[in-house]
Design a protein. Structure first.
Length: 434
């Protein structure tokens, strides 16, 4: 059979890795796909690509690839929303299949792209867009197709996890570790996407659609980054038996779907609490299977290329299938996507870690306990530290039972209004992930 012809747009970290893996494993890949997969053209503006493209035509105009009649599959690896959207739409219009690692593009414009792709009978594949090399989209979409998914929770930003790990284990400074993550090719072109949780929210949006059969709704995700975390809270959490991880949580509830990204305390003995460095891990809980865990490199050249190439093999295999009988883009048949509401963060439920900077006066603990109990908030554990020399304040640290966030908001407002509470109350959500 004739080889499938691929055009790669973008030869940076992921593009370079994809080119190298396709070349190095060409024989194995052809045996898996049933035919060869050949790079027919590359479009890039990368001055020093990390791969040897000798013998492959290279252009600096992505539309040369999109309009090349020889090309069956366009691989979009330039990133961003605007040009990427335009080139993917044009590729689909030209009847080409698309493989992309671009989570921003899928989370924000995916509904439009999939509709267009269905109209034209082509595939838009995006395994690399979530959790780098972990085949988690395939796992949920196909491996868990018999389940009603209850929740998905994951460490889904490699840069953020790398930063938190280096800070906790080696006491390194935030900015210094971020610089290293950029040099290693982990970070987004705009690294605030990693640090502020936007990248994780893009990925969670995609996971939630595939898990629950809902349209992509990035604009409704609650997003909090890692920038506000302090070493003090990391240490107090450890003393209480927890680790702090930046987590994406999507949960189905009676009222709607929780879609939230934030730092989270997780019991230190959970496998996911011990996922360090650039590694990612995603837990998926289904009604039949129970809890499952998927682990692997969440960013980087070849781990991400592994997912891009897997999509290429999938598309090559599907080329002969009737378009209506292919696995649907979002796992559910498009006409059965439901419009479950995404809950505002105040209606989401979790347990909470609170750190209250109290004045060293008698009766403070009693006031704290009263405020919480008046709002039906039960305390699971409480710890009072010694007076801090520099400000004379006493950190009171507690973990609550699960409660709707609105009640914690009310309690925090009441605590901060006390004369004996000197500072903003620190609040970090807690998940047991059983
Ligand atoms: N770096 C990583 O570990 C991962 C990245 N991704 C996603 O993969 C995509 C690519 O990321 P990276 O490879 O890290 O980015 P990168 O910045 O290393 O590479 C981007 C490439 O696109 C090219 N490019 C940009 N604009 C262009 C234009 N107008 N015309 C021609 N070429 C153009 C650049 O020359 C460069 O070669 C992004 O969507 C990113 O979010 C997904 C998973 C992991
Ligand atoms: N910047 C992202 C890259 C992979 O998606 C990350 O760090 O996870």
């Amino acid at each position: 059979m004739k080889p499938v012809k691929v055009g790669i747009c973008g030869l940076g970290t992921v593009g370079g890795g994809t080119f190298n893996v396709l070349k190095r494993n060409a024989e194995e890949i052809a045996r898996r796909a049933g035919r060869g997969i050949e790079v027919a053209q590359i479009a890039t503006r990368q001055p020093n690509p990390k791969c040897d493209t000798t013998g492959t035509p290279v252009t600096d105009d992505v539309f040369d690839v999109i309009n090349n009649p020889e090309i069956d599959i366009v691989v979009e690896l330039i990133g961003g929303y605007t040009l990427a959207r335009e080139l993917v739409l044009r590729a689909i219009d030209n009847g080409k299949h698309v493989v992309t690692a671009n989570k921003a593009l899928i989370a924000v414009h995916g509904n439009e792209l999939f509709a267009k792709a269905r109209e034209k009978g082509v595939i838009v594949a995006f395994e690399a867009s979530v959790a780098g090399g972990i085949p988690v989209i395939k796992a949920i979409r196909e491996g868990l197709a018999g389940n009603r998914i209850n929740w998905v929770a994951g460490i889904i930003n490699g840069t953020g996890n790398f930063i938190l790990t280096e800070m906790r284990e080696k006491g390194r400074a935030f900015a210094d570790v971020l610089k290293e993550a950029q040099a290693l090719g982990y970070a987004e072109a705009d690294p605030t996407f990693d640090v502020e949780g936007i990248d994780a929210a893009h990925k969670l949006t995609i996971l939630a659609s595939i898990a629950f059969g809902i349209p992509l709704q990035f604009d409704k995700a609650y997003t909090e980054g890692i920038g506000q975390l302090t070493t003090a809270d990391v240490n107090y959490a450890e003393a209480l038996g927890y680790r702090i991880k930046h987590l994406g949580v999507a949960r189905r509830t009676e009222a709607g779907i929780e879609l939230r990204v934030h730092p989270t305390l997780i019991p230190a003995d959970r496998l996911i609490a011990n996922v360090n460095g650039v590694m990612n891990a995603v837990m998926v809980n289904g009604d039949a299977v129970g809890s499952t865990l998927y682990y692997g490199a969440g960013a980087g050249m070849e781990p991400t290329a592994s997912a891009v190439v897997a999509d290429l093999v999938d598309v090559a295999r599907a080329l002969t299938t009737d378009p209506h009988n292919r696995v649907p883009h979002l796992a559910f048949q498009p006409d059965s996507l439901s419009d479950h509401p995404i809950l505002p963060i105040a209606a989401c439920e979790s347990a909470y870690y609170l750190r209250i900077q109290a004045k060293d006066h008698p009766g403070v603990l009693a006031q704290v306990a009263t405020i919480l109990s008046e709002r039906g908030i039960n305390i699971e554990s409480i710890m009072q530290k010694e007076v801090e020399e520099h400000d004379g304040l006493v950190p009171v640290i507690l973990v609550t039972h699960r409660v709707v966030e609105q009640r914690i908001d009310d309690a925090i407002a009441a605590l901060e209004a006390l004369d004996d509470v000197a500072d903003k109350v620190v609040r970090i959500r807690v998940e047991q992930l059983n």
